[in-house]
Design a protein around this ligand. Structure first.
Ligand code: FAD
Length: 477
């Protein structure tokens, strides 16, 4: 690692603490920062904050770092995720999951997700989930981030008090609740763990399903196909997980019926290449005899409904006196999806945008936060940020983009995430995102549509892979 780090001991809340400081950048105004979550977002936030000279503590309620990429066969006590008192499981991974992005475009910019041919590693271009976890653990080890992470420590409260300091209350197995004071809080708690069962036009009203006699689950609790042996399964949703899970389930189920919105008429019916899969329009109604009726007029008697209907943002620990709210899945008001103007820069969020290449975007958001906190990068005034947010919301409304898609960068033009990344890079004074990343993302999206079954093993963008490899040669590790 060509980064220079040294350890500094300081007193904090009367306890001696050690922080590894980076001398890669001159020390500006160091802050004491709490990072909530040690997934990809929290890990890269910790690295960027420390590089900038801040003192960082990462709170992670899980037993290991890696967030979503820590697979478990365990499922929640309520398979639909409706019971607020259910046992929570963070990860939504299923056993067969392979990445839906190629490794070159998934990795952090300066820490390529290289193939490793060692035993136990998955060197495929679209590797299994275990390989991503190993990559994140390598990242944490190489940048000595693990030392900053307090595992099995859940933040149960984070709120701003008098004098603008943040109280972070955490609880772990060793000790009940402890309050600590921080200058700033960076929220990196992920947004793929709280199931969403929408009661919105286009989906049937969820409450009407109570009388339906079959079994149901949200995709958050899907792990393996075995429970679906010889069953007639209806799967709701059209996004990446729905596609993967339907294929997985079809290996053992009697029939799989996919109910999706916005399906072109000529695509409805039996799926080519499968003798037990059908594509339908959305569900119209469900009945006490087990019937599921689709809007296209077809009906099946089903045993199981799997809701691949996405997730909700949830920050149960965050107390902002309603400055930040989640309204119809819009977390706001946030300047550029990161800073609430009234609490900036002391509260920030990493990782809210979706339909993106997440890791490099998290990296840029984190660099921006770190630079703003140290006063190296200036934010506009609160009023200017608020105006910017209002203009953004208006532009969504005018384009007919629903509120719940505020953080979806896959709507509108194909360039939303790249424009956003480049805006962040510009703020941070680092080079714009490499053009090959955009090209590879587009090529993968195209290939996924062309070869939905085989895009992870067949592709046409080897020329772009070469550009990526050329770029990666710059980095030692
Ligand atoms: P997470 O990884 O969810 O991490 C959040 C962490 O915060 C967790 O460790 C959690 O335990 C912790 N936490 C939460 N609340 C608290 C609290 N109160 N106190 C302490 N700790 C807390 N991305 C890709 O790039 N490629 C893919 O192929 C891909 N496939 C995906 C497939 C599925 C099924 C899913 C669900 C996501 C996929 N993603 C993929 C997106 C993936 O979520 C992101 O890549 C990324 O891992 C998200 O990182 P994060 O840090 O934002 O959140």
């Amino acid at each position: 690692m060509n980064e220079h780090v040294h350890t500094v001991s300081i007193q904090f809340d009367s306890k001696p603490m050690k922080f590894i400081m980076s001398t890669a950048t001159p020390l500006l105004t160091p802050r004491h920062v709490a990072v909530i979550g040690a997934g990809a977002g929290g890990l890269v936030a910790a690295r960027e904050l420390r590089r900038e000279g801040h003192q960082v503590v990462v709170f992670e309620r899980g037993e290991e770092l890696g967030g979503s990429w820590v697979y478990t066969s365990e499922v929640e006590s309520d398979p639909l995720g409706l019971d607020p008192n259910r046992k929570l499981i963070h990860s939504s991974l299923y056993n067969s999951l392979r990445t839906n992005l190629p490794r070159e475009s998934m990795g952090f910019r300066d820490y390529p997700f290289r193939r490793k041919e060692e035993k136990g590693r998955d060197s495929r271009r679209f590797p299994s989930h275990g390989e991503v976890l190993m990559y994140l653990k390598d990242f944490a080890a190489d940048f000595e981030i693990s030392d900053l992470v307090r595992l099995k420590t859940e933040v149960v409260f984070a709120g701003v008090g008098e004098g603008g300091k943040w109280t972070v209350r955490s609880r772990s197995v060793e000790r009940e609740c402890v309050d600590e004071i921080y200058d700033a809080v960076v929220v990196c708690n992920g947004h793929y763990f709280q199931p969403r069962l929408p009661n919105i036009p286009g989906y049937f009203h969820f409450s009407c399903i109570n009388a339906w006699p079959g079994k149901q689950m949200h995709s958050h609790n899907y792990r393996t196909p075995e429970p679906f042996q010889d069953q007639v399964v209806v799967l709701i949703g059209g996004a990446a997980s729905a596609v993967d899970i339907s294929r997985d389930v079809a290996t053992v189920a009697k029939e799989v019926h996919i109910a999706a919105r916005s399906v072109e008429e000529d695509k409805l019916g039996k799926l080519p290449g499968h003798d037990n899969m059908w594509l339908h329009s959305m569900i119209d109604s469900v009945h006490e005899d087990g019937a599921v009726v689709f809007k296209d007029g077809n009906a099946v008697i089903a045993d199981f409904i799997v809701h691949c209907t996405g997730y909700k943002y949830d920050f149960p620990f965050l107390e902002t006196n309603s400055v930040v709210t989640v309204d119809d899945n819009r977390v706001g008001p946030l300047y550029k999806h990161v800073f609430p103007p009234a609490l900036a820069p002391w509260l920030s969020f990493v990782g809210l945008p979706w339909k993106v290449a997440p890791f490099p975007l998290f990296e840029l958001q984190s660099k921006w936060i770190a630079g703003v906190l140290s006063n190296r990068i200036a934010l506009p005034s609160e009023e200017e940020m608020t105006k910017d947010i209002e203009a953004f919301y208006l532009s969504l409304e005018e384009s007919g983009i629903p509120k719940r898609h505020t953080h979806n960068m896959g709507t509108g033009t194909a360039d939303v995430q790249w424009d956003y990344n480049n805006w962040l890079a510009d703020q941070c004074g680092v080079p714009a995102m490499e053009e090959w990343r955009r090209q590879m993302y587009m090529a993968t999206s195209k290939n996924r549509l062309l070869r939905p079954e085989t895009y992870r093993d067949e592709w046409d963008d080897d020329d772009i892979v070469q550009l990526a490899e050329h770029e990666f040669a710059k980095y030692q590790i």
